[in-house]
Design a protein around this ligand. Structure first.
Ligand SMILES: [Ca+2]
Ligand SMILES: [Ca+2]
Ligand SMILES: [Ca+2]
Ligand SMILES: [Ca+2]
Length: 292
C-alpha cells in the first residue's frame, strides 16, 4: 500500500512536509501509521488544508477510503494538542514630535497575516486639544504608499493593512504656536474590525514645545526733566500658557478690557505698558497702541 501527501490550500514543503512511502501489513496487523510534519510559523493564514492519499494496494485488498483532507488551523480553534494562534494583534507605538511637525503614528501587527487587517482609527485629546494644538481630527491621513515613498491619503472610516504588510502609518499635523508651554499629548486608538484579535491599541503622541521661556525686555529712554513722565516699552518675546500662571491670567483679563494688546507679527507677541513714574506704580494704558 503506497501513500503520499498533496498540497491543497496548504503548500507542501512550506506549510507541511511532503511525505510518501509504502506501508506493509504483516499477517494479523490491521493498522499502520505514517506522519506528516506540520510547519509552525508565525504567519496567520486562516484554515489551510492538504490531502493524504492511498494508492496501489496489493495482496488482493482494495481501497475503500483513499483520500482524506486534513485541515491546519492557526487561529487558536484547533484545540490541543498543538493549539496554535497566529491571529495578529494591533499595537501603536508612542511617538514624540516637535510642535509644528506632523505626528506620524505606526500601527503594527504582532505578526504577519495572509489576509488584510481592517481597523477603525480615532483620535482623542490628552493635554493637547485637537483642532487647536493640532490640525482637526478630520484631517487624519494614512500612508497608502510605502515608508520610503509615502502616499498620504485622507482617512475615511476604516484603514486597511494589506495582506502581507505588517504596519501602516497615520499622520496628523500639529500646530506651531507662539505659546511657551510644557509637553502636550493626544492619542490615536485603533479598534479592530477584521483580521486581528479584538484587542484595542492606543498610542500617545507627545508634542514638545519650541518656544522657550518668555523673556521680558525694556527699551532705553532719554527724556527732558520737564516732561513730567517717562514712557517705557516692556516687551514679552512670546506668551506663556495662561493656565499655570496667575500673573498671566491677570494680564489676560486686561487684554479683554482693552488695557493692553498683543500682536502676532514676526512670530512674536508684544505687550506694551505705560509707566507713570509719579505715583511709583505701573498700569496698563490705552495709549500703548501709540508705542508700536
Ligand atoms: Ca503558528
Ligand atoms: Ca501559521
Ligand atoms: Ca512654537
Ligand atoms: Ca508652543
Amino acid at each position: 500500500m503506497a501513500y503520499n501527501t498533496a498540497s491543497g490550500t496548504a503548500t507542501s514543503g512550506a506549510d507541511f512536509g511532503a511525505s510518501s512511502g509504502t506501508l506493509t501489513f504483516a499477517p494479523n496487523v490491521t493498522s499502520q501509521t505514517f506522519t506528516v510534519a506540520i510547519t509552525n510559523d508565525t504567519t496567520f493564514e486562516g484554515a489551510e488544508n492538504y490531502t493524504a492519499n492511498l494508492s496501489a494496494p496489493t495482496g488482493g485488498a482494495t481501497i475503500a477510503t483513499g483520500t482524506v483532507t486534513t485541515t491546519i488551523n492557526d487561529d487558536g480553534t484547533g484545540g490541543p494538542p498543538g493549539t496554535d494562534n497566529d491571529t495578529p494583534a494591533l499595537s501603536i507605538a508612542d511617538i514624540s514630535v516637535v510642535e509644528g511637525a506632523s505626528a506620524v503614528f505606526t500601527v503594527s501587527l504582532s505578526n504577519p497575516s495572509t489576509s488584510a487587517v481592517v481597523f477603525t482609527p480615532s483620535l482623542a485629546n490628552g493635554t493637547a486639544t485637537l483642532g487647536t494644538d493640532t490640525a482637526g481630527a478630520g484631517t487624519l491621513e494614512f500612508n497608502s504608499g510605502t515608508v520610503l515613498v509615502p502616499v498620504w491619503t485622507a482617512v475615511s472610516g476604516n484603514v486597511t493593512i494589506p495582506a502581507g504588510a505588517t504596519s501602516v502609518q497615520l499622520r496628523l499635523a500639529t500646530t506651531d504656536d507662539v505659546i511657551s508651554e510644557g509637553n502636550e499629548t493626544f492619542t490615536l486608538t485603533a479598534t479592530p474590525v477584521s483580521g486581528a484579535t479584538t484587542a484595542v491599541a492606543t498610542g500617545t503622541a507627545t508634542m514638545t514645545d519650541n518656544d522657550g521661556a518668555p523673556q521680558f525686555s525694556i527699551n532705553d529712554v532719554t527724556v527732558n526733566e520737564g516732561a513730567g513722565t517717562i514712557t517705557f516699552t516692556v516687551s514679552l518675546s512670546n506668551r506663556a500658557r495662561a493656565r499655570p500662571d496667575r500673573g498671566l491670567r491677570h494680564r489676560q483679563r486686561h487684554r479683554h478690557c482693552g488695557h493692553w494688546h498683543q500682536r502676532r507679527d514676526s512670530g512674536h507677541q508684544r505687550i506694551d505698558w505705560h509707566f507713570d513714574l509719579r505715583p511709583r506704580r505701573a498700569h496698563p494704558d490705552r495709549d500703548s497702541e501709540r508705542h508700536q
